[in-house]
Design a protein around this ligand. Sequence first.
Ligand SMILES: CC(C)(COP(=O)(O)OP(=O)(O)OC[C@H]1O[C@@H](n2cnc3c(N)ncnc32)[C@H](O)[C@@H]1OP(=O)(O)O)[C@@H](O)C(=O)NCCC(=O)NCCS
Length: 207
Amino acid sequence: MSAVATKSVTFPPQPAYDAGTLALKGPRVTLRRPLKSDADDVFKGMNDIEVVKNLSRAPWPYMMHDAVSWLDGIENAGPERTAYPFAIVTGGRQVGTVGISNHGETVELGYWIGRDAWGRGFATEAARLAVGFAFTHLDLEELEAGHFVDNAASGRVLEKLGFAYTQTVARFSKARDCDVDCRMMILPRTRFAAGQNDSEGGTDHGG
Ligand SMILES: CC(C)(COP(=O)(O)OP(=O)(O)OC[C@H]1O[C@@H](n2cnc3c(N)ncnc32)[C@H](O)[C@@H]1OP(=O)(O)O)[C@@H](O)C(=O)NCCC(=O)NCCS
């Protein structure tokens, strides 16, 4: 849910992302820029307290207009973006989103998968693609992320990518309307690259 010092508040422009032609392909999922036509799928996935309670900034109840306004913001953003969100697509269906957000002093990796697609490795594969995009194109040396203490599945996703625990902080959850202990984790570019080059193909070394 948050990350490291960066050189500027906006990320370097990514013309292929803005043009909607960027596709990050993994073995089973593809990441692409979210489209206004994704509104139904975004609403379907986010209209679930078991998803939204684990995110810090999403509102609850989550309404269709929340999905529409999120997608409008992506479409209307200029080339110097503060975030690169992606739709996670598999089998022609959008099953969740993943994104890298720049908050000036911190950068955030965030993701969710609709409940009917949990437990099939989609979050891990999608987050790995997004982190690879961030380290290749966004001039970052390290990424930070966090998960609420009662969300062990997300902690496991981060561990599999090579993130290592740093500290526990109180984070406000909009959906829960309270502070929740959040385990912060960090992933240096070098550790991610080493994991990608692992001959076994895994990055399951939380450090
Ligand atoms: C967390 C979430 C993204 C995981 O998505 P997913 O596609 O099911 O994740 P994956 O299948 O890639 O990996 C999940 C891992 O967590 C493990 N896991 C699942 N439930 C677990 C639990 N209760 N305790 C510990 N580990 C758990 C799985 O076994 C798997 O690890 P493995 O590959 O070593 O077996 C999904 O549940 C979700 O969207 N939750 C709501 C939103 C959210 O939490 N977003 C992240 C905010 S930090």
